[in-house]
Design a protein around this ligand. Sequence first.
Ligand code: FES
Length: 159
Amino acid sequence: MKKDSEGRMPLELTVGEVAQRSGVAVSTLHFYETKGLIRSWRNRGNQRRYPRVVLRRVAVIKVAQKTGIPLADIAEALSVLPHDRPLTARDWQRLSQTWKRQLDARIASLTSLRDHLTGCIGCGCLSMEECPLRNPQDMLGEKGAGPILLEAEEQVDVG
Ligand code: FES
């Protein structure tokens, strides 16, 4: 990458330079651009140019993707932040807090799923009524406490 006479990175970068500096493939950068996550402009030679500040934005996108945040959510979160200035520590704090909450919720959901799965090991019933993995919202639980199925069977027998 060419640097200026004082050894600083130029204010605008080619897509190859962004790829090299960020460790993200050119095709991925183009994909990010089609999704509105990053922006470029065309120079007189009709070549894409990116502002230097795009590097921090790409770093944030990569971190968010590592935590499993969907690209659409990342795009939405970044959409309110300007493309022409670097993301600030405050921007990052807000984004990371939001994504941490999402990550916590996902961990809780996966932990619950794992615990239910543990109960299913060796069972194999896959019952709509009894298996927590088939009945994740606990539909029977919404009908109230007690032997709901037994009471239902008794009503059928009697009725
Ligand atoms: S398979 Fe029987 S409880 Fe899930």
